[in-house]
Structure formats: C-alpha cells, structure tokens
Design a protein around this ligand. Structure first.
Ligand code: THG
Length: 367
C-alpha cells in the first residue's frame, strides 16, 4: 500500500499520536495538514454519530487571528455578512468572497474580544489573504495563526459528555456561541458547533503541547456514553446538506449558488470585499444552483474522485459534486451544482466513471 511520505510541509495535528492509538485508517489533507477520514468501520462510525457521541480530530480547522484596534474593521471587510451586532462570545458562519464575489472560504468567525477575532477556516489559505488585505488597507491589526486546535464531539450524547467535563453551564450555550475556560489546567474554548447536524460541541485547545492529554481526558469521560473516534462524516454531512468548500465549490462559485445567500448582507459598507459583485449577481440572478440528487438503485456505489457531469435529456446541465451512501435512506445521494433552469423532480443522468446512473433532483433537506 502506498503511504504519504513524512514532510515538514504536511504538519501533524496535536492529536496525531492519539488518533494513531485509536487505529486511524485513512487521512486526507486539509490546510496543509492531515485529517483522519476513518477508523476502519464506516458504518459503525456513522451510527455512533447518529445515536451516540463521536470524537473528531479537526485541528485542520486552523484559526486566523485578527488582533488589534482594527480587528473588527478587517473582519467586516473580509466577510459580506453584517457583523455589527456580533457580541463577544458569539460565533457566526460567514461566506468569505474575493472581489468578484467568488466564495474563497466559509469560516466560522469567533469574536473573542472587541479587538480579537478568529476565523476558523475551511481549506484555503486565508492567512495570506487577510494579511495582504490588512496591509493594503493600512489597518492597525496583526494577523497570525495562533496555537489553537479544535476537537469536535458530535452526536446526541455529546452534550452529556461535555456537561460532565465542564459543568451544566454548557447546556445553555447557544449555537455557535463559545466560552473560554480550562479543563484540569488545559486552556480551551468550548463552543456549540461542529460539522454535523447531530448536535455537539467543539473544544478549541489553546496549548498544542497538551493535545494527547486532552484527547485522553475526553475519551475517558465519554466511556459511559460509548464515545469512540470519528471524523467529519461524508454520509451524514450529505444527508444534512452541509457544504464542503473546495469539495462542492469551484473557482467561480458564488454564495447564491450554494445556499449561502442568507449569509450575505447587501447593505454592508462598500469597502467589504466582493460586495459590489455580489449586488450585481443578486440582481442578475445566479445561473447555477445547488440541489440534492437521489440516485436510483439500492446498493452503495464506490466513491469516485472529482465531479461527475450531470445531463438532463442528453444535455449537459451541471455536476454532481459529491456522492455518498446514506445508511438512513438506503440510497446513494449527493449534491448537484446545476443550471438554475433545472428543478426538483427533474430526472437526470450522472456520468460516473463506472457508467451512467439515473437519478432525480430534490430540494434540501434530504431528511
Ligand atoms: N467548525 C470549526 N471550523 C470549521 C468548521 C467547523 N472550519 C471549516 C468548516 N467547518 C467551515 N464550514 C462550515 C460549514 C457549515 C457549518 C459550519 C462550518 C454549519 N452550517 C449549518 C448549516 O449549514 O445548516 C448552520 C449554519 C447557520 O445556521 O449559521 O454548521 O465545523 N470550528
């Protein structure tokens, strides 16, 4: 079997050794790091997320810290979502765009103080982007990547585990809100968030030397609830309609095409990057849209890399950007990035490498 060669360019997660001990079976790369993508039992790991609690190394969700008097100004310039009412301790999902209104990341923004923000980024280099914008706009703000490594606890029993560890106050945390605290002296921020729709929390570890220690404390505490290792789950996230930046988007995708229009406020100031383009796109109407696809047939298809072309009555209409077996629907499902002239109910053909597959377009959510 081929392996990924060790390299200083591919940075280890602070939970790397812990995940090796858990028996991690595969990795992907994300933000120039390795992220676990499985522990050898895909179905068991799926049901643990749906019915129990799953522990994820998501340290690849790097933080870009904005620190200084102009931190709030820079945060707003970088995101076409109105942040003026964002409170300290609050997180917000933001659609980050370039000057053409093209999506370049979809981070969670966390406001730690009036002069300190984190952008918890998806897989693209926002550190370079934010630094360049800060310098070009002459802002008084330092942009850095702090020593912060998120671990996610997802699933219906995650709240009990996190309450057991931190106290019942965590039950009152609102979605995307967070609180800085310590666990046996380990500095963490506890947030109600995570890339699943099964409920859960993320622990932003703020001392990378204590990754394995934190992993083991959580693992130990979670035993009573049957905790076990997992990772952002391809099947659950498709069922739940969660967007994967870079997976479901290309280099011309705008927020309106991928259901992020609700996170764009067109009345933000004119100096927000991409806002003029987004106003134009909104006025013209997006030419593509994202819909669900349910393929015919009742057995799991082999995952294929990249996108598959979608045709409708023989005409090329768009692409299937992901495809996963749904254990709850017992169907292969995925997302279509497809012409706005198509609609739910339309029959389509997906041009897979192993042969064409018929299916139907559907609205979100699948479940
Ligand atoms: N947690 C943290 N950082 C992250 C992610 C995360 N960085 C990368 C990536 N994930 C960012 N992308 C997303 C995409 C979707 C959601 C969160 C992060 C999400 N969306 C919900 C939805 O679409 O239904 C809710 C959105 C809302 O209502 O505001 O949760 O997972 N730390």
């Amino acid at each position: 079997m081929a392996v990924i060669a060790p390299s200083a360019r591919v940075r280890p997660s602070v939970y790397y050794n812990a995940t090796l001990k858990e028996g991690v079976a595969s990795f992907t790369t994300y933000n120039q790091m390795l992220m676990p993508t499985g522990y050898g039992d895909p179905e068991g790991e799926y049901w643990r997320l749906i019915n129990g609690v799953s522990q994820w190394d998501v340290a690849v969700e790097r933080q870009v810290e904005l620190l200084g008097p102009d931190a709030g100004t820079l945060a707003q310039i970088l995101s076409p979502r109105d942040l003026s009412r964002c409170k300290v301790g609050q997180g917000k999902y933001v659609a980050m765009c370039n000057h053409d209104g093209v999506l370049i990341n979809d981070p969670i923004l966390l406001k730690l103080a009036d002069d300190r923000y984190w952008l918890s980024i998806a897989d693209s280099n926002i550190l370079f982007w934010a630094r360049a914008v800060a310098a070009e706009r002459g802002l008084n703000v330092q942009v850095s990547e702090p020593d912060v490594s998120p671990m996610a606890l997802q699933g219906p029993k995650a709240e009990d585990v996190v309450a057991h560890l931190f106290g019942d106050w965590v039950r009152d945390l609102k979605y995307f809100w967070f609180q800085e605290t310590t666990l046996r002296g380990i500095p963490v921020a506890v947030a109600r968030s995570g890339w699943s729709k099964q409920g859960g929390f993320e622990l932003y570890l703020m001392d990378g030397s204590r990754g394995e220690e934190l992993w083991n404390i959580v693992r130990e505490a979670g035993q009573a609830w049957g905790i076990g290792p997992g990772n952002p789950n391809p099947s659950e996230r498709v069922e739940s309609g969660l967007l994967s930046y870079g997976g479901d988007t290309d280099d011309v995708t705008n927020p309106y095409e991928v259901r992020l229009g609700g996170f764009v406020d067109l009345d933000v100031p004119d100096d927000v990057i991409g806002i003029q383009a987004l106003r134009d796109i909104k006025a013209r109407g997006a030419v593509r849209q994202q819909l669900g696809v349910i393929l015919d047939g009742d057995s799991a298809l082999v995952p294929e890399p990249g996108w598959n072309e979608i045709t409708c009555e023989g005409r090329k209409m768009g692409h299937l950007t992901n495809c996963s077996w749904s254990w709850r629907m017992k169907k292969n499902i995925g997302f279509a990035l497809i012409s706005s002239t198509c609609g739910p109910g339309d029959r389509v053909q997906v041009m897979r490498a192993d042969g064409p597959q018929n299916g139907v377009l559907v609205d979100f959510p699948f479940l």
